[in-house]
Design a protein around this ligand. Structure first.
Ligand code: UDP
Length: 455
């Protein structure tokens, strides 16, 4: 009888952005812990370095790929489209080299690529390797992309701007309204629809892995399973299952000492993730509202997040005065540690999918201020499906900021949200434990690789 040989190397291709790198590295860690060796193929821009946390990972860089200044000049959407146009050949070369090196004990079980790095497919197919799509957003955002990729673009481009439609539910996407759809602040809608049609085209991929969990998104996962015609494995939230510190910016840990001095569940943590921007006037209204709320706050102000300003130098003196009493500002925080800290009681967030999962994973209710794309989808779910947060819509004004903080920290409604968030936290933890839905899903995925590779 022919001996079954299990292939043990997995090649990962992350998008070079924090919100994508983090879950991809967590996936790598999860797979490594069950015996796979991991090779990460990266572009020149935003590389994860081989630190002690990833000393067993191999990192390869695709030469000639786009750089930091390309991102600034092109904008995020065009950057992604261009990346996919330019990286195919060098990736093929890189994969070819890897295959030449391999010996019988260490060959490639599959290539797992971020859905936005779809250039990976061609070379993977050419070398007859198994290719797997990894989606780092919510399953519902994936459903939205699939639906939007098929809309009549001409009609949609008009409808999406129609003020009368904004509060109406988009057909087939209940409870998402037109205004919740994942349109982008980073480029024209036409480019976005083009990108979505590429991204949802899973081509010859043999499976899709999603960083989500059935207790959060059961109906969207069922939809994907039905429509995609390949197995869909919801194996998240990966940050609970696997620790993989992969911050691209330096974390300021002094905020943990600051938190240590504060009462349990008293602090508002504010962060808008790695890409969102904020106008000076909004910063000022927020500072006033936070200060008037009397609740202490830890605020991440990322360098470059205020347009035309390196960091906070464009903010008036008044801002510094307002935040100095009850607030603490850092450029980048160890977010997971912050959310775990007993002093943190609420998260003012842009609702990126990682931040959303990390907040739910700690039972922290949220004030939702989505900026772009899938963040709007997540915010809608946080507010109306999971009911562990609420959206702050329209112009930011100090009075509404103050009321929002009080709603979360003082009102009975906020306490109810916190209770529900803690309930969900327990469900998430159970899902990644032995026997839980995500645990089983990861197991099924690994078994599917064994079957494929032993044929
Ligand atoms: N993050 C962090 N420190 C910060 C702000 C964010 O470590 O000060 C991390 C956060 O924990 C999350 C990621 O950056 O894992 C942001 O991903 P998300 O999907 O929430 O948003 P994006 O940056 O993609 O908009």
């Amino acid at each position: 009888m022919e001996e079954t040989r299990v292939k043990r190397r997995i090649v990962l291709v992350p998008v070079p952005a924090q919100g994508h790198v983090t879950p991809m590295m967590q996936l790598g860690k999860a797979l490594q812990s069950i015996g796979f060796s991991i090779t990460v193929v990266q572009t020149q821009y935003n590389r994860v370095t081989s630190s002690k946390d990833f000393s067993d990972f191999r990192f390869l860089t695709i030469p000639g790929s786009l750089t930091d200044s390309d991102l600034k000049n092109l904008g995020a959407l065009q950057f992604l489209l261009k990346l996919n146009q330019t990286c195919g050949e060098s990736f093929k070369h890189c994969l070819g080299q890897l295959l030449k090196e391999q010996d019988n004990n260490d060959d490639i079980a599959c290539v797992i690529y971020d859905e936005y790095m779809y250039f990976s497919q061609a070379a993977t197919k050419e070398f007859q390797l198994s290719s797997i799509v990894f989606s780092t957003t919510s399953a519902t955002a994936f459903v939205c992309r699939s639906v939007l990729a098929k809309v009549n673009a001409e009609v949609f481009l008009i409808d999406i701007k129609d003020p009368e439609l904004q509060d109406k539910v988009f057909p087939g996407l209940h409870p998402l309204r037109y205004k919740d759809l994942p349109t982008s602040a980073f480029g024209p809608l036409e480019s976005l629809l083009k990108l979505y049609s590429e991204v949802v085209n899973t081509r010859t991929a043999s499976a899709v892995i999603v960083n989500s969990v059935s207790c959060l998104e059961s109906s969207s996962l069922t939809w994907l399973q039905r429509e995609l015609q390949v197995p869909v494995y919801p194996i998240g939230p990966l940050h609970i299952a696997a620790s993989a510190p992969s911050s691209l910016l330096e974390e300021d840990r002094s905020c943990i000492e600051w938190l240590n001095k504060l009462k349990p569940s008293s602090v508002v943590y504010i962060s808008l993730g790695s890409l969102a921007l904020m106008e000076t006037k909004d910063m000022l209204e927020m500072a006033w509202g936070l200060s008037n709320s009397n609740q202490p706050f830890l605020w991440v102000i990322r360098p470059g997040s205020i347009p035309a300003s390196e960091w906070t130098e464009s903010l008036p003196e008044e801002f510094t005065k307002l935040v100095s009493e009850k607030g603490y500002i850092v450029k980048w925080a160890p977010q997971m540690e912050v959310l775990k800290h007993p002093a943190v009681g609420g998260f003012w967030s842009h609702c990126g999918w990682n931040s959303t999962l990390e907040s739910i994973g700690e039972g922290i209710p949220m004030i939702c201020r989505p900026f772009t794309g899938d963040q709007k989808v997540n915010a809608r779910y946080l507010e109306s499906v999971w009911r562990i947060g609420f959206q702050l819509e329209g112009e930011l004004e100090k009075g509404t900021v103050e009321r929002a903080v009080k709603r979360l920290f003082v009102d009975e409604e906020g306490a109810e949200m916190r209770k529900r968030a803690i309930g969900l936290k327990e469900k998430l933890e159970a899902s990644v434990r032995s026997g839980g839905s995500s645990f089983r899903s990861l197991d099924d995925f690994v078994n599917s690789l064994k079957m494929k590779n032993s044929m």
